[in-house]
Write a protein that binds this ligand. Sequence first.
Ligand SMILES: NC(=O)c1ccc[n+]([C@@H]2O[C@H](COP(=O)([O-])OP(=O)(O)OC[C@H]3O[C@@H](n4cnc5c(N)ncnc54)[C@H](O)[C@@H]3O)[C@@H](O)[C@H]2O)c1
Ligand SMILES: O=C(O)[C@H](O)[C@@H](O)[C@H](O)[C@H](O)COP(=O)(O)O
Length: 291
Amino acid sequence: MQIGMVGLGKMGGNMAERLRRGGHDVVGYDRDPAVSDVAGLKELVQRLQAPRVVWVMVPAGAPTQQTVDELGDLLAEGDIIVDGGNSHYVDDQKHAAELGEKGIGFVDCGVSGGVWGLQNGYALMCGGEKAHVDRVMPIFETLKPEGEDGFVHAGDVGAGHFAKMVHNGIEYGMMQAFAEGWELLEASDVVKDVRGSFSSWRTGTVIRSWLLDLMVRALDDDEHLEELKGYAQDSGEGRWTVQAAVDHSVPLPVITAALYARFASRQDDSPAMKVVAALRNQFGGHAVESK
Ligand SMILES: NC(=O)c1ccc[n+]([C@@H]2O[C@H](COP(=O)([O-])OP(=O)(O)OC[C@H]3O[C@@H](n4cnc5c(N)ncnc54)[C@H](O)[C@@H]3O)[C@@H](O)[C@H]2O)c1
Ligand SMILES: O=C(O)[C@H](O)[C@@H](O)[C@H](O)[C@H](O)COP(=O)(O)O
Protein backbone atom coordinates (compact mmCIF):
# COMPACT_ATOMS: atom_id res chain seq x y z
CA MET A 1 0.00 0.00 0.00
CA GLN A 2 1.01 3.65 -0.17
CA ILE A 3 2.34 5.47 2.90
CA GLY A 4 4.00 8.77 3.77
CA MET A 5 6.98 8.57 6.14
CA VAL A 6 7.98 11.74 8.00
CA GLY A 7 11.46 11.57 9.55
CA LEU A 8 14.07 9.55 7.66
CA GLY A 9 16.72 9.21 10.36
CA LYS A 10 18.10 6.03 11.95
CA MET A 11 14.60 4.62 12.37
CA GLY A 12 12.37 6.19 9.71
CA GLY A 13 15.00 5.79 6.98
CA ASN A 14 15.39 2.06 7.61
CA MET A 15 11.66 1.56 8.06
CA ALA A 16 11.00 3.24 4.71
CA GLU A 17 13.59 0.91 3.17
CA ARG A 18 12.03 -2.22 4.77
CA LEU A 19 8.61 -1.13 3.52
CA ARG A 20 9.90 -0.56 -0.01
CA ARG A 21 11.57 -3.97 0.00
CA GLY A 22 8.19 -5.35 1.09
CA GLY A 23 6.52 -3.86 -1.99
CA HIS A 24 4.96 -0.73 -0.50
CA ASP A 25 5.02 2.68 -2.14
CA VAL A 26 6.74 5.03 0.35
CA VAL A 27 6.93 8.79 -0.04
CA GLY A 28 9.45 10.10 2.48
CA TYR A 29 9.85 13.57 3.96
CA ASP A 30 12.65 14.76 6.23
CA ARG A 31 13.62 18.31 7.06
CA ASP A 32 17.03 17.33 5.67
CA PRO A 33 16.55 17.76 1.90
CA ALA A 34 19.45 15.37 1.18
CA VAL A 35 17.32 12.37 2.22
CA SER A 36 13.85 13.68 1.40
CA ASP A 37 11.65 12.69 -1.56
CA VAL A 38 9.57 15.86 -1.30
CA ALA A 39 10.13 19.50 -0.35
CA GLY A 40 7.67 19.64 2.52
CA LEU A 41 4.64 18.13 4.21
CA LYS A 42 2.31 19.85 1.76
CA GLU A 43 3.94 18.11 -1.19
CA LEU A 44 4.00 14.82 0.74
CA VAL A 45 0.25 14.99 1.27
CA GLN A 46 -0.32 15.95 -2.38
CA ARG A 47 1.72 12.92 -3.52
CA LEU A 48 -0.46 10.48 -1.54
CA GLN A 49 -3.79 9.18 -2.73
CA ALA A 50 -6.75 9.50 -0.35
CA PRO A 51 -7.48 7.93 2.05
CA ARG A 52 -3.89 8.53 3.17
CA VAL A 53 -1.72 7.04 5.90
CA VAL A 54 1.22 9.11 7.19
CA TRP A 55 3.73 7.62 9.65
CA VAL A 56 5.53 10.17 11.85
CA MET A 57 9.02 9.05 12.98
CA VAL A 58 10.66 12.21 14.29
CA PRO A 59 11.99 12.99 17.80
CA ALA A 60 9.30 12.97 20.49
CA GLY A 61 8.06 16.25 21.96
CA ALA A 62 8.12 19.49 19.95
CA PRO A 63 9.10 18.00 16.54
CA THR A 64 6.30 15.39 16.75
CA GLN A 65 3.79 17.96 18.02
CA GLN A 66 4.67 20.36 15.20
CA THR A 67 4.43 17.60 12.58
CA VAL A 68 1.09 16.28 13.84
CA ASP A 69 -0.33 19.84 13.99
CA GLU A 70 0.80 20.61 10.45
CA LEU A 71 -0.47 17.29 9.10
CA GLY A 72 -3.78 17.90 10.87
CA ASP A 73 -4.22 21.03 8.73
CA LEU A 74 -3.19 19.29 5.49
CA LEU A 75 -4.91 15.90 5.75
CA ALA A 76 -8.63 15.24 5.28
CA GLU A 77 -11.42 13.12 6.72
CA GLY A 78 -10.65 9.42 6.42
CA ASP A 79 -6.86 9.86 6.56
CA ILE A 80 -4.77 8.36 9.38
CA ILE A 81 -1.65 9.53 11.23
CA VAL A 82 0.57 6.95 12.95
CA ASP A 83 3.01 8.27 15.56
CA GLY A 84 5.84 5.73 15.75
CA GLY A 85 8.24 7.87 17.81
CA ASN A 86 8.84 7.42 21.52
CA SER A 87 6.08 9.86 22.47
CA HIS A 88 4.54 10.20 25.90
CA TYR A 89 1.19 8.39 25.92
CA VAL A 90 -0.64 11.44 27.32
CA ASP A 91 0.17 13.33 24.10
CA ASP A 92 -1.57 10.62 22.06
CA GLN A 93 -4.92 11.16 23.71
CA LYS A 94 -4.72 14.89 22.92
CA HIS A 95 -3.69 14.24 19.31
CA ALA A 96 -6.46 11.69 18.75
CA ALA A 97 -9.10 14.05 20.14
CA GLU A 98 -7.95 17.03 18.04
CA LEU A 99 -7.60 15.01 14.83
CA GLY A 100 -10.83 13.16 15.52
CA GLU A 101 -12.75 16.45 15.26
CA LYS A 102 -11.62 16.58 11.61
CA GLY A 103 -12.37 12.90 10.98
CA ILE A 104 -8.64 12.06 10.85
CA GLY A 105 -7.69 8.83 12.59
CA PHE A 106 -4.74 8.47 14.96
CA VAL A 107 -2.76 5.38 15.91
CA ASP A 108 0.12 5.43 18.39
CA CYS A 109 2.74 2.80 17.73
CA GLY A 110 5.67 2.06 20.01
CA VAL A 111 8.52 0.68 17.91
CA SER A 112 11.41 -1.39 19.22
CA GLY A 113 14.44 -2.84 17.51
CA GLY A 114 16.68 0.13 16.88
CA VAL A 115 19.06 0.16 13.95
CA TRP A 116 18.74 -3.63 13.63
CA GLY A 117 15.10 -3.40 12.61
CA LEU A 118 15.84 -3.20 8.88
CA GLN A 119 17.13 -6.78 8.89
CA ASN A 120 15.34 -8.23 11.97
CA GLY A 121 12.03 -6.41 11.79
CA TYR A 122 10.55 -4.00 14.32
CA ALA A 123 8.49 -5.02 17.34
CA LEU A 124 5.31 -2.94 17.26
CA MET A 125 2.92 -1.99 20.09
CA CYS A 126 -0.03 0.01 18.88
CA GLY A 127 -3.02 1.76 20.34
CA GLY A 128 -6.13 3.11 18.66
CA GLU A 129 -9.49 2.24 17.18
CA LYS A 130 -9.65 -1.21 15.59
CA ALA A 131 -10.77 0.23 12.23
CA HIS A 132 -7.72 2.51 12.11
CA VAL A 133 -5.31 -0.24 13.17
CA ASP A 134 -6.81 -2.59 10.56
CA ARG A 135 -6.24 0.00 7.82
CA VAL A 136 -2.54 0.21 8.69
CA MET A 137 -2.16 -3.58 9.13
CA PRO A 138 -0.36 -4.23 5.77
CA ILE A 139 2.31 -1.78 6.92
CA PHE A 140 2.57 -3.36 10.37
CA GLU A 141 2.83 -6.82 8.76
CA THR A 142 5.85 -5.75 6.72
CA LEU A 143 7.60 -3.88 9.51
CA LYS A 144 7.21 -6.54 12.21
CA PRO A 145 9.60 -9.45 12.62
CA GLU A 146 8.69 -12.78 11.03
CA GLY A 147 6.62 -15.12 13.20
CA GLU A 148 3.65 -14.82 15.47
CA ASP A 149 5.03 -12.36 18.01
CA GLY A 150 6.37 -8.85 17.59
CA PHE A 151 3.00 -7.12 17.25
CA VAL A 152 0.24 -6.17 19.67
CA HIS A 153 -2.83 -4.00 19.40
CA ALA A 154 -2.52 -3.13 23.07
CA GLY A 155 -5.71 -1.10 23.52
CA ASP A 156 -7.19 2.31 22.83
CA VAL A 157 -5.18 5.38 21.82
CA GLY A 158 -2.17 5.74 24.16
CA ALA A 159 -1.91 2.02 24.94
CA GLY A 160 0.83 1.47 22.36
CA HIS A 161 3.10 4.14 23.77
CA PHE A 162 2.23 3.09 27.33
CA ALA A 163 3.35 -0.48 26.50
CA LYS A 164 6.53 0.87 24.86
CA MET A 165 7.20 3.07 27.89
CA VAL A 166 7.05 0.08 30.24
CA HIS A 167 9.15 -1.96 27.78
CA ASN A 168 11.81 0.75 27.98
CA GLY A 169 11.59 0.85 31.77
CA ILE A 170 12.34 -2.88 31.76
CA GLU A 171 15.16 -2.19 29.30
CA TYR A 172 16.67 0.29 31.79
CA GLY A 173 16.58 -2.30 34.59
CA MET A 174 18.03 -5.12 32.48
CA MET A 175 20.86 -2.97 31.18
CA GLN A 176 21.69 -1.77 34.69
CA ALA A 177 21.84 -5.37 35.97
CA PHE A 178 24.29 -6.37 33.21
CA ALA A 179 26.28 -3.21 33.92
CA GLU A 180 26.57 -3.85 37.65
CA GLY A 181 27.51 -7.51 37.18
CA TRP A 182 30.19 -6.50 34.71
CA GLU A 183 31.60 -3.84 37.05
CA LEU A 184 31.86 -6.36 39.90
CA LEU A 185 33.59 -8.94 37.71
CA GLU A 186 36.04 -6.34 36.41
CA ALA A 187 36.75 -5.00 39.93
CA SER A 188 37.48 -8.38 41.48
CA ASP A 189 40.43 -10.46 40.40
CA VAL A 190 38.70 -13.81 40.75
CA VAL A 191 37.32 -14.24 37.25
CA LYS A 192 40.14 -13.83 34.74
CA ASP A 193 38.05 -13.83 31.57
CA VAL A 194 35.14 -11.43 32.05
CA ARG A 195 34.33 -11.07 28.35
CA GLY A 196 34.47 -14.84 28.00
CA SER A 197 32.10 -15.30 30.93
CA PHE A 198 29.56 -12.94 29.40
CA SER A 199 29.97 -14.67 26.07
CA SER A 200 29.49 -18.12 27.64
CA TRP A 201 26.23 -16.95 29.24
CA ARG A 202 24.75 -16.42 25.78
CA THR A 203 23.94 -20.11 25.52
CA GLY A 204 21.88 -22.16 27.93
CA THR A 205 21.70 -19.67 30.79
CA VAL A 206 18.71 -18.05 32.42
CA ILE A 207 19.98 -14.58 31.42
CA ARG A 208 20.66 -15.24 27.72
CA SER A 209 19.10 -12.42 25.75
CA TRP A 210 19.60 -9.96 22.89
CA LEU A 211 20.94 -7.36 25.32
CA LEU A 212 23.54 -9.90 26.44
CA ASP A 213 24.44 -10.55 22.78
CA LEU A 214 24.86 -6.80 22.26
CA MET A 215 26.94 -6.54 25.44
CA VAL A 216 29.36 -9.17 24.13
CA ARG A 217 29.45 -7.34 20.82
CA ALA A 218 30.45 -4.14 22.66
CA LEU A 219 33.14 -6.02 24.63
CA ASP A 220 34.46 -7.51 21.38
CA ASP A 221 35.01 -3.95 20.17
CA ASP A 222 36.58 -2.70 23.41
CA GLU A 223 37.08 -5.48 25.99
CA HIS A 224 37.35 -3.21 29.06
CA LEU A 225 35.27 -0.35 27.61
CA GLU A 226 38.32 1.87 27.93
CA GLU A 227 37.26 4.09 25.04
CA LEU A 228 33.96 5.04 26.66
CA LYS A 229 33.05 7.54 29.34
CA GLY A 230 30.60 6.23 31.97
CA TYR A 231 27.94 8.72 30.94
CA ALA A 232 24.41 7.74 29.89
CA GLN A 233 21.67 9.98 28.55
CA ASP A 234 17.97 9.24 28.73
CA SER A 235 15.29 10.37 26.33
CA GLY A 236 12.20 10.29 28.52
CA GLU A 237 10.77 6.79 28.62
CA GLY A 238 12.45 5.83 31.92
CA ARG A 239 11.29 8.92 33.76
CA TRP A 240 7.75 8.57 32.37
CA THR A 241 7.69 4.97 33.61
CA VAL A 242 8.68 6.10 37.09
CA GLN A 243 6.12 8.93 36.99
CA ALA A 244 3.36 6.47 35.98
CA ALA A 245 4.43 4.16 38.82
CA VAL A 246 4.05 7.02 41.30
CA ASP A 247 0.60 7.82 39.85
CA HIS A 248 -0.47 4.21 40.44
CA SER A 249 1.44 3.70 43.72
CA VAL A 250 3.37 0.84 42.16
CA PRO A 251 6.83 0.22 43.61
CA LEU A 252 9.51 0.17 40.87
CA PRO A 253 12.79 0.03 42.82
CA VAL A 254 14.87 -1.52 40.03
CA ILE A 255 13.73 0.73 37.20
CA THR A 256 13.90 3.83 39.40
CA ALA A 257 17.43 2.98 40.55
CA ALA A 258 18.47 2.40 36.92
CA LEU A 259 17.12 5.83 35.96
CA TYR A 260 18.88 7.49 38.89
CA ALA A 261 22.13 5.70 37.98
CA ARG A 262 21.99 7.54 34.64
CA PHE A 263 21.51 10.88 36.40
CA ALA A 264 24.50 10.07 38.65
CA SER A 265 26.57 9.19 35.57
CA ARG A 266 26.34 12.80 34.41
CA GLN A 267 27.88 14.26 37.57
CA ASP A 268 31.62 14.79 37.77
CA ASP A 269 31.30 15.35 41.50
CA SER A 270 28.25 14.48 43.60
CA PRO A 271 26.74 17.44 45.51
CA ALA A 272 24.82 15.00 47.71
CA MET A 273 27.96 13.09 48.69
CA LYS A 274 29.62 16.40 49.59
CA VAL A 275 26.86 16.80 52.18
CA VAL A 276 27.39 13.24 53.46
CA ALA A 277 31.14 13.89 53.75
CA ALA A 278 30.56 17.26 55.47
CA LEU A 279 28.14 15.78 58.02
CA ARG A 280 30.41 12.81 58.83
CA ASN A 281 33.12 15.37 59.41
CA GLN A 282 30.85 17.54 61.58
CA PHE A 283 29.59 14.81 63.91
CA GLY A 284 32.50 12.43 63.96
CA GLY A 285 35.52 14.40 62.84
CA HIS A 286 35.91 11.95 59.97
CA ALA A 287 38.39 12.90 57.29
CA VAL A 288 37.22 14.60 54.10
CA GLU A 289 38.97 14.96 50.80
CA SER A 290 39.49 18.46 49.44
CA LYS A 291 39.45 19.49 45.81
N1 LIG B 1 16.95 5.00 17.64
C1 LIG B 1 16.22 4.05 18.21
O1 LIG B 1 16.73 3.00 18.61
C2 LIG B 1 14.74 4.22 18.35
C3 LIG B 1 13.95 3.08 18.54
C4 LIG B 1 12.57 3.21 18.65
C5 LIG B 1 11.98 4.46 18.56
N2 LIG B 1 12.77 5.55 18.36
C6 LIG B 1 12.09 6.84 18.23
O2 LIG B 1 11.93 7.09 16.83
C7 LIG B 1 11.97 8.50 16.58
C8 LIG B 1 13.09 8.78 15.59
O3 LIG B 1 14.30 8.32 16.16
P1 LIG B 1 15.65 8.18 15.31
O4 LIG B 1 16.55 7.34 16.14
O5 LIG B 1 15.33 7.81 13.90
O6 LIG B 1 16.16 9.69 15.36
P2 LIG B 1 17.14 10.40 14.31
O7 LIG B 1 17.63 11.62 15.01
O8 LIG B 1 18.11 9.45 13.75
O9 LIG B 1 16.16 10.83 13.12
C9 LIG B 1 15.17 11.79 13.24
C10 LIG B 1 14.95 12.37 11.85
O10 LIG B 1 13.83 13.26 11.92
C11 LIG B 1 14.16 14.41 11.17
N3 LIG B 1 13.31 15.48 11.71
C12 LIG B 1 13.40 16.08 12.91
N4 LIG B 1 12.43 16.98 13.05
C13 LIG B 1 11.72 16.94 11.90
C14 LIG B 1 10.59 17.64 11.44
N5 LIG B 1 9.98 18.57 12.19
N6 LIG B 1 10.12 17.34 10.21
C15 LIG B 1 10.73 16.41 9.43
N7 LIG B 1 11.80 15.72 9.83
C16 LIG B 1 12.28 15.99 11.04
C17 LIG B 1 15.64 14.62 11.36
O11 LIG B 1 16.19 15.39 10.31
C18 LIG B 1 16.14 13.18 11.34
O12 LIG B 1 16.48 12.74 10.05
C19 LIG B 1 12.16 9.16 17.94
O13 LIG B 1 10.91 9.51 18.46
C20 LIG B 1 12.81 8.06 18.77
O14 LIG B 1 12.60 8.22 20.14
C21 LIG B 1 14.13 5.46 18.24
O1 LIG C 1 13.22 -0.49 22.07
C1 LIG C 1 14.07 0.16 21.49
O2 LIG C 1 14.35 0.03 20.29
C2 LIG C 1 14.81 1.21 22.27
O3 LIG C 1 14.33 1.30 23.57
C3 LIG C 1 14.65 2.54 21.60
O4 LIG C 1 13.34 3.00 21.78
C4 LIG C 1 15.67 3.59 21.91
O5 LIG C 1 16.96 3.16 21.76
C5 LIG C 1 15.37 4.34 23.17
O6 LIG C 1 14.84 5.57 22.72
C6 LIG C 1 16.51 4.65 24.08
O7 LIG C 1 15.94 5.24 25.21
P1 LIG C 1 16.78 6.07 26.25
O8 LIG C 1 17.40 7.22 25.48
O9 LIG C 1 15.80 6.56 27.26
O10 LIG C 1 17.82 5.14 26.79
